[in-house]
Design a protein around this ligand. Structure first.
Ligand code: MF3
Ligand code: CO
Length: 250
């Protein structure tokens, strides 16, 4: 069953979302090329979430061992933060969920480490805009498939591919709730109708090369099958009478 949220509940999710956004910003501002490691960025996130009185949603979720997922270059998603310093030219996906006062919010952004190639920058720009195109369709009267199709159309028309094996999701009192899937590919007019009070995570994962991915022996780290770059942006979005509201904003 899809849990529809009241205005007051959406405001609680927004409070969690503000913490997500602040932590993601401080993590990205904390990156010193050649020095900072994903483990350092994870520690920044933990500090900010704890200062806000929340807990990191991902820690121990299905056995996940960290507060954040930090995915470098060809790692698509679910990179486990380690102590390897980030290098100038890398792109790094920072993904964080926050549980605050009984409610979750989840967001991600892929950021440059120092100066990056124009090709890498274009991938970041297109993935961020694909998310924006999806969010614009998150309106009462539309369906999940309208979001999916908008993301796919924008990404593919720019020459990139859309990861199939991982999708967005409903969110609220639980990190993952119904609708179980908000795909980044699909057909307009299909899928669950969007209703007032639905809260969903839209999170395109866009690849430079093929859309196929593989999972490392650690059971978490997912990387592109061809080793080319991947980017990921995510917002928690509420469907309201006034249109889509991004909750993972400061
Ligand atoms: N943003 C991802 C998601 O919502 C991150 C989940 S990581 C996990 O699925 F560790 F919590 F699984
Ligand atoms: Co998510």
């Amino acid at each position: 069953m899809i849990m529809l949220k009241s205005r007051a509940e959406i405001e609680k999710m927004r409070a969690a979302g503000r913490v997500v956004a602040r932590a993601l910003r401080e993590m990205s501002e904390g990156i010193v090329p050649g020095k900072t490691s994903p483990a350092d960025l994870d520690a920044i996130a933990v500090r900010i979430v704890e200062e806000a009185g929340g807990t990191p949603s991902f820690l121990h979720y299905r056995g996940y061992p960290a507060a954040t997922c930090i995915s470098v270059n060809e790692v698509v998603i679910h990179g486990i933060p380690d102590k390897t310093a980030l290098q100038e030219g890398d792109i790094v996906d920072l993904d964080l969920g926050v549980h605050l006062d009984g409610w979750h919010a989840d967001g991600a952004q892929t950021v440059p480490v120092g100066k990056i190639s124009p090709e890498a920058q274009r991938l970041l720009n297109v993935t961020q805009e694909a998310l924006a195109q999806g969010i614009a369709k998150a309106r009462i009267g539309n369906r999940i498939g309208d979001i999916s199709a908008a993301v796919q159309r924008y990404a593919e028309s720019n020459g990139y591919s859309v990861v199939r094996d991982l999708v967005g999701h409903g969110i609220g009192r639980k990190l993952h709730e119904e609708p179980q899937a908000v795909p980044n590919f699909g057909k307009p007019g299909r899928g669950e109708p969007l209703r007032e009070g639905m809260t969903i995570c839209i999170e395109p994962m866009i690849n430079q090369g093929v859309y196929q991915i593989s999972t490392d022996p650690d059971g978490w780290t997912m990387r592109t099958a061809d080793g080319k770059l991947s980017a990921h942006f995510e917002h928690t979005v509420a469907i309201t009478r006034d249109g889509p509201e991004i909750l993972t904003k400061e």
